[in-house]
Ligand binder design. Structure first.
Ligand SMILES: Nc1ncnc2c1ncn2[C@@H]1O[C@H](COP(=O)(O)OP(=O)(O)OP(=O)(O)O)[C@@H](O)[C@H]1O
Length: 378
């Protein structure tokens, strides 16, 4: 009688697959198994286990991370057994299929339209240099540290400082996979900035409105942020073109107004929020920064006066989410690329910013702050 030969798959292959499903692509934020990055897993006789990994592109900036995580996963699956990881690159067809799959889950326009579950929050100020970008970077880092998926679009053409504030090295750029751009990630925050697309660091951006509009639109459509809980936008100071574009592209976005305590700055800050209201957006809160600080001997330093935040919040009938005192660590940590909420969480400025972040994402959606069109001014 002839014997039927049944080949039983080596159980180690299944264990390796299960462990590889825990390896997350750092840019796409999905398991490499789901992204079709795992090729053949074979166990030749008397030879090490072979596992093939296919990166999305040859110059994948996070290739080392993916390979290291893959090795650790295989080790967890097979212990001391010898193995080999063969790192290759996806074929063009596979890459196209992947980008189509990633785009496929997105609506035709951009993924942050009115049915999106992502909370879009634009951070605006009247004047430049009041601390708006620092506030944005810290809100993003604090929300991400609380476990939210957070993205930032740095649309501040004149002072694109988000990459630096998040510690991204000069020259950091999104990774291009097919037509999609994968935003760099720092402190668990995905960020894309106009500054990442300049030819040289010294290039000055002097764009007219339509160019800014197209850039913002492209960021929203072509940057693959994945499913975000919160998308923060760092707007240029003032009441200009980007705010109007935002009204058209993201009419459901909410707006946080940043001001210093100075009455003159507060008045300009109020104007920038009022423009946002005119384009249908909703002012949801005010953050005062450079607020009075208390020295070690109890002396109060109120270099920029007091009361600006309360005044702007009163005029919009929205909460004053935080008063962020003047703080050396806040400034120094920003310069060093680690937001103060992470580097010095005990600093009074960090405490205030963390409270503002929580106040923002824990807030129910409502009508406060939306212009009801009853009065031309307030
Ligand atoms: N509470 C604070 N204490 C100390 N320094 C602060 C505080 N807030 C902001 N700064 C500092 O003020 C400077 C300007 O801040 P930032 O770049 O965030 O302002 P901005 O409003 O975004 O400016 P721009 O619109 O020109 O980009 C930075 O050096 C920052 O570290």
């Amino acid at each position: 009688m002839r014997r039927l030969k049944i080949t039983v798959p080596d159980p180690r292959i299944q264990r390796i697959r299960e462990e590889l499903a825990t390896v997350i692509d750092p840019e796409l934020r999905r398991p490499i198994t789901e992204l079709d990055m795992v090729g053949d897993i074979s166990i030749p006789q008397d030879a090490p286990v072979q596992v093939e990994i296919n990166l999305t592109i040859a110059s994948c900036p996070r290739a080392d991370d993916i390979e290291n995580d893959t090795r650790a996963a295989i080790q967890r699956a097979i212990g001391e057994d010898p193995f080999e990881v063969i790192v290759g690159v996806m074929s063009r067809e596979k890459r196209r299929a992947l980008t189509e799959r990633l785009r496929g889950s997105r609506p035709k326009e951009h993924p942050f339209g009115k049915n999106s579950l992502t909370r879009v929050i634009a951070v605006t100020s009247g004047k430049g240099g009041v601390g708006k970008s620092t506030v944005t970077a810290n809100l993003a880092a604090a929300m991400a540290a609380d476990g939210l998926d957070v993205g930032v679009i740095d649309a501040d053409v004149f002072g694109f400082s988000i990459p630096g504030l998040l510690g991204m090295a000069p020259g950091t750029q999104p990774t291009q996979v097919g037509e999609l751009m994968l935003p760099p990630v720092a402190h668990e925050v995905k960020a894309v900035s106009i500054g990442m697309f300049l030819q040289s660091p010294d290039e000055v951006v002097a764009w007219r409105g339509p160019m800014l509009h197209r850039t913002l639109e492209q960021f929203l459509k072509d940057v693959f942020f994945g499913d975000l809980d919160v998308l923060l936008l760092d707007l240029p100071p003032g009441t200009g073109d980007v705010a109007l574009s935002l009204g058209q592209l993201l009419p459901h976005s909410e707006v946080v107004v940043v001001t210093t305590p100075q009455p003159a700055a507060a008045d300009v800050a109020w104007r920038s929020g009022a423009v946002a209201q005119k384009t249908g957006q909703r002012v949801v809160g005010v953050i005062e920064t450079m607020s009075p600080a208390i020295g070690p001997d109890g002396t109060e330093f109120a270099f920029f006066g007091a009361g600006g935040g309360e005044e702007v919040a009163r005029r919009f009938a929205v909460p004053l989410l935080a008063k962020v005192p003047l703080s050396m660590p806040l400034r120094a940590d920003g310069d060093a690329g680690t937001p103060v909420v992470l580097a010095h969480p005990e600093d009074p400025a960090a405490i205030a910013l963390r409270e503002a972040a929580r106040g923002l994402y824990q807030r129910p959606r409502g009508l406060a702050g939306r212009s009801l069109g009853l009065s031309p001014n307030e």
